[in-house]
Design a protein around this ligand. Structure first.
Ligand code: RTP
Ligand code: MG
Length: 158
């Protein structure tokens, strides 16, 4: 929906197991709010192997895939729907580059520079396009689409 000239957008953010275990959650959330995002929904989930394989299906042929699934199942994650004008691109920018060790040099204030370790353990995830955002939000928050469906159904009946 639009609010004046502001086009609200939603993206899926995840604080990965190293972020939660390393106690970076409050710091990351403070930064998120400071940069003008609203945390619309949040949920802590312990992912299993099959769920991570489905979530990161685009990387299934990559050499790092089994390491990625092991990492993402090593502890709970915090999934959040972030809302803001230009949320998808702005959250990617705030996270910083994939390789946290490089981010420490090139983007020292980014979240990955501050709480990540290397190209794998980079503490946060963000959707990379409107299409991924839509898929990933319904992946973690299935009740949202169900709720919308029920709302539409009840409206059509009145
Ligand atoms: P994400 O999807 O988690 O937001 O990260 P991204 O777009 O910056 O990076 P992507 O290429 O989508 O990779 C997904 C996650 O896989 C792990 N990774 N490991 N060479 C490696 O060992 C390697 N490359 C990527 C990282 O955890 C990365 O975020
Ligand atoms: Mg990605």
């Amino acid at each position: 929906s639009t609010y004046g000239s502001m086009e609200m957008e939603r993206t899926l953010a995840i604080i990965k197991p190293d972020g939660l275990i390393g106690n970076y959650t409050d710091d990351i959330k403070r930064t998120i709010v400071e940069y003008g995002f609203t945390i619309f929904k949040e949920k802590i989930v312990q992912l299993d192997q099959a769920t991570v394989e489905k979530f990161y299906a685009e990387h299934s042929s990559k050499g790092f895939f089994s390491r990625l699934t092991k990492y993402m199942t090593s502890g709970p994650v915090l999934a959040m729907i972030l809302e803001k004008d230009n949320a998808i691109a702005d959250w990617r920018a705030l996270m910083g580059p994939t390789d946290a060790s490089k981010a420490k040099i090139t983007h020292p204030h980014s979240i990955r520079a501050r709480c990540g370790l290397d190209i794998e353990r980079n503490c946060v995830h963000g959707s990379d396009s409107p299409k991924s955002a839509q898929r990933e939000i319904s992946f973690f928050f299935k009740e949202l689409s169900a709720g919308l469906y029920l709302l539409c159904l009840s409206k059509s009946l009145t």
